[in-house]
Design a binder for this molecule. Structure first.
Ligand code: PLP
Length: 416
C-alpha cells in the first residue's frame, strides 16, 4: 500500500476514505457484505495478469497450470458446498451468470416467465431496459395484494397460458422463502426449464440457514458478494445434463477471458462458507433480520409480508408519511446506509418509492446481535421519521453519535 500511496495519492486516498466510510457508518444495504482479508488478498494478486480463455485443462493460452489449479479448486469447493452436479465459476457478475441462462436455453424472441421488477424481481429478468426484455419475450408474475408474497396462483395461470421456455424464481427484494417444489412441478407440467436466481440468498443456502433450490432447479445462478461474502462476482451451478450448454454460454458466447484472481478469491470464499463459523453467521443474519424487521414495525415502519425469513426486509413508509427517497437521505445524514425501494403496488415512481430495504449481512459480519438490532431500529426510526437530510441537523448529529458508539464497539475491518 505504501508504494501505491507514494505513486498515486489520489487513488490511495479513495481506498483509505472508503475504508473509513465503511468503518464509520452502519451498512444496511441488503446486497452488500464485508469480504475477509483472505478473499481480498486473492483478489489483489498476480492472477489478475493471466489470460486463460477456456476451462481447466482446455485453455487457449499457455502458462495456465497454476490458474487451472485455482479454478479446479473453486469448482470442486462450489459443487461440494451446494451438493451440485456441476459448477461454472467464470461469470463476471450475477448479470453475466443470468445472461448464460438465456444463452443456453433460449433463442431471441422466446418466452420467459419471471417475477416483475416492481414486485421484487431483477432487471435481468426481462425488463425492457435490459437485454433480457429487449431480446426475449418476458411475461411477469407478482405478489398477492393481501399477503405481499409471491402469487403462486398467478404464476401457475401464466405458465399454463404462455408455456414459457424458462421459468425463473428469485429476485432482489423478496423477504420470504420461495416454494421451489411448486416451481419445479409447474416447470415439469409445462415443459419449461426451471431457473433460480439465488443472487440474494445463496449465502444463506451455503450456511444451511434456509432450504436449498439446488435439488429442484435445472440451473441456479448467483452473485458471490452478497450474504456469501466473497469477491464481487458471479457463478452458477446446474444439473449434469445442462453443464455443456451452460459452459458454452458463459464462454465463448457471453464472456472472454475469465478473471483468474476473482476465481481464486471465489475458491477462498467457498472454503470459508464450508466452516461451522460461517453456518453460525448465516443463522445470525436471519435472526437479526427478523428482529430488525419486527422492531422497525413497532416504530410504525411496516415490514411488507409481516416480516422476513431471510437476510432482508422491505418496509412500507406510508404509515409514517415519509418517501423512500427522503428516508434514504435522512438515514445517510445520520450515518446509516440503506436504500429506498419500491414496495409492491407502490403509488410512487421508482425514483421516489414508498419503501426502504434493509439487510443484516454487514452488521452481522461485524458481530452485532439481537440487542444491537433493537438499537438500530430505534436509530433508523429516529433518523427517518424525525430527522433531516442535513447532516448538521440536531437529530442527524444525535443519531450519528449513537451510530459511532455502536460501530466503535463492533468495528468493521478491526485495526490490528
Ligand atoms: N440477480 C439478482 C436477483 C440480483 O439482486 C442482482 C444484483 O443485485 C443480480 C442478479 C446482478 O448481479 P450483478 O450486480 O453482480 O450483476
Amino acid at each position: 500500500f505504501d508504494a501505491l500511496a507514494a505513486f498515486d495519492p489520489e487513488i490511495s486516498g479513495v481506498l483509505l476514505s472508503e475504508l473509513e466510510r465503511i468503518r464509520g457508518g452502519l451498512q444496511l444495504i441488503a446486497s452488500e457484505n464485508m469480504s475477509s482479508p483472505e478473499v481480498l488478498t486473492a483478489l489483489g494478486s498476480t492472477l489478475s495478469n493471466k489470460y486463460a480463455e477456456g476451462y481447466p485443462g482446455r485453455r487457449y493460452y499457455g502458462g495456465c497450470a497454476e490458474v487451472d489449479k485455482a479454478e479446479q479448486l473453486a469448482i470442486e469447493r462450489c459443487t461440494s458446498l451446494f451438493g451440485a452436479d456441476h459448477a461454472n465459476v467464470q461469470p463476471h457478475s450475477g448479470a453475466s451468470a443470468n445472461q448464460a441462462v438465456y444463452g443456453a436455453f433460449l433463442q431471441p424472441g422466446e418466452k420467459i416467465l419471471a417475477m416483475s421488477l416492481p414486485h421484487g424481481g431483477h432487471l435481468t429478468h426481462g425488463t425492457k431496459v435490459s437485454f433480457s426484455g429487449k431480446w426475449f419475450d418476458a411475461v411477469h408474475y407478482g405478489v398477492d395484494k393481501q399477503t405481499e408474497d409471491i402469487d403462486y396462483d398467478q404464476v401457475a395461470a401464466l405458465a399454463r397460458e404462455h408455456r414459457p421456455k424458462v421459468i425463473c424464481a428469485g429476485g432482489s427484494a423478496i423477504p420470504r422463502l420461495i416454494d421451489f417444489e411448486f416451481f419445479r412441478n409447474l416447470a415439469d407440467e409445462v415443459g419449461a426449464v426451471f431457473w433460480v436466481d439465488a443472487a440474494h440468498f445463496i449465502g444463506l443456502v451455503a450456511g444451511k440457514a434456509i432450504p436449498s433450490p439446488v435439488p429442484y432447479a435445472d440451473v441456479v445462478t448467483f452473485t458471490t458478494h452478497k450474504v456469501l461474502r466473497g469477491p464481487r462476482s458471479g457463478a452458477l451451478v446446474c444439473k449434469a445434463e445442462h453443464a455443456a450448454a451452460l459452459d458454452k454460454a458463459v464462454f465463448p458466447m457471453m464472456q472472454g477471458g475469465p478473471q483468474m484472481h476473482t476465481i481464486a478469491a471465489k475458491a477462498v470464499n467457498f472454503k470459508e462458507c464450508a466452516t461451522p463459523e460461517y453456518a453460525q453467521y448465516t443463522q445470525a443474519v436471519v435472526a437479526n433480520a427478523a428482529r430488525l424487521a419486527e422492531k422497525l414495525g413497532e416504530h410504525g415502519i411496516r415490514p411488507t409480508t409481516g416480516g422476513t425469513d431471510t437476510h432482508l426486509s422491505l418496509h412500507d413508509l406510508q404509515g409514517v408519511g415519509v418517501t423512500g427517497k427522503d428516508a434514504e437521505a435522512r438515514a445517510d445524514a445520520a450515518g446509516i446506509v440503506l436504500n429506498k425501494n419500491a414496495i409492491p403496488f407502490d403509488p410512487q415512481k421508482p425514483g421516489i418509492a414508498s419503501g426502504i430495504r434493509v439487510g443484516t449481512p454487514c452488521v452481522t459480519t461485524q458481530g452485532m446481535g439481537l440487542e444491537q438490532m433493537d438499537t438500530i431500529a430505534e436509530l433508523i426510526a429516529t433518523a427517518v421519521v424525525k430527522g433531516d437530510a442535513d447532516p448538521e441537523n440536531a437529530v442527524s448529529r444525535e443519531v450519528r453519535g449513537a451510530v459511532t458508539e455502536l460501530v466503535t464497539r463492533f468495528p468493521a475491518y478491526p485495526r490490528a
